[in-house]
Design a protein around this ligand. Sequence first.
Ligand SMILES: NC(=O)c1ccc[n+]([C@@H]2O[C@H](COP(=O)([O-])OP(=O)(O)OC[C@H]3O[C@@H](n4cnc5c(N)ncnc54)[C@H](O)[C@@H]3O)[C@@H](O)[C@H]2O)c1
Length: 268
Amino acid sequence: MGQDMNIWSSSLNGQVAIVTGAGSGLGRASALGLLKAGATVVATDISQKGLDETKALAIDIGFPSLVTKIMDVSVESEVKRVFQETESELGSLDILHSNAGVERYIALEEMEEVDLDLLLDVDLKGVLLTCKHAIPAMRRAGGGSIVITSSVQASHSLPGCVVYAAAKAGVIAAARTLALEVGNGNIRVNAISPGTINTPMLTRDLADMNVGKAEEFLDTVKSANALHRIGEASEIADAVVFLCSDKALYITGSNLVVDGGFTAVKSI
Ligand SMILES: NC(=O)c1ccc[n+]([C@@H]2O[C@H](COP(=O)([O-])OP(=O)(O)OC[C@H]3O[C@@H](n4cnc5c(N)ncnc54)[C@H](O)[C@@H]3O)[C@@H](O)[C@H]2O)c1
């Protein structure tokens, strides 16, 4: 289906969304996708430069209304402030895409505490804090949808990713369990697990892994999935918009894998 045939268009009209990590990659694509689907979007990130670029792209595609706010997901006072501001300035909070994440390719036995803390603070605690502060506003709105970005690394392992994988597996468990806690408020909570997606994180990952020839590595990744290609950020955004839309009203507590069939392939 072509990008122009957006079957979800207008399905999020009137809804207010916060996206974390929206200054780059998947969060940026999600913010733009939610805008196109009709939502009012607050793009948040620790990078002002990244947010400025996202804002410029939103203006380019006809959505100058995009709101941007600096927010570190690992600092509760900042999360609390941004979520309160959003509800009071825009009238409600209906959607959270808790997406900000960091990755470090370091074997656990060599990992410094500072890197271990960063991975857990952003990839696990940051998700929990953003969900915590979204829920009261969503209850007041009469419901909502939370999507948490996990990863196929929650179930399929690569050396050097112990803490990242633990955090990503943790957020799938958190989504499933939180869905039970907040279903009575008509709030749905789902995880999404991307495979290998073309974002700045992928570029940095390749450098971290000391892969001499990036192209060779990418060819290996491509041949390891059913579609034989790397995914695009917009393809994850489409899945996020779907999970937030009225086409997914009975989907909660799930983990939607969007990986071109990477986890479907049986290794020899
Ligand atoms: N790219 C992939 O192949 C892939 C695959 C699976 C999962 N993921 C996950 O998708 C999410 C987005 O990754 P991406 O590829 O877009 O990466 P990216 O590096 O392009 O973007 C991540 C964004 O998060 C922001 N960020 C970092 N720390 C933050 C913090 N403390 N508070 C707020 N924002 C912060 C960064 O500034 C950046 O803008 C991450 O959770 C990542 O783990 C990515």
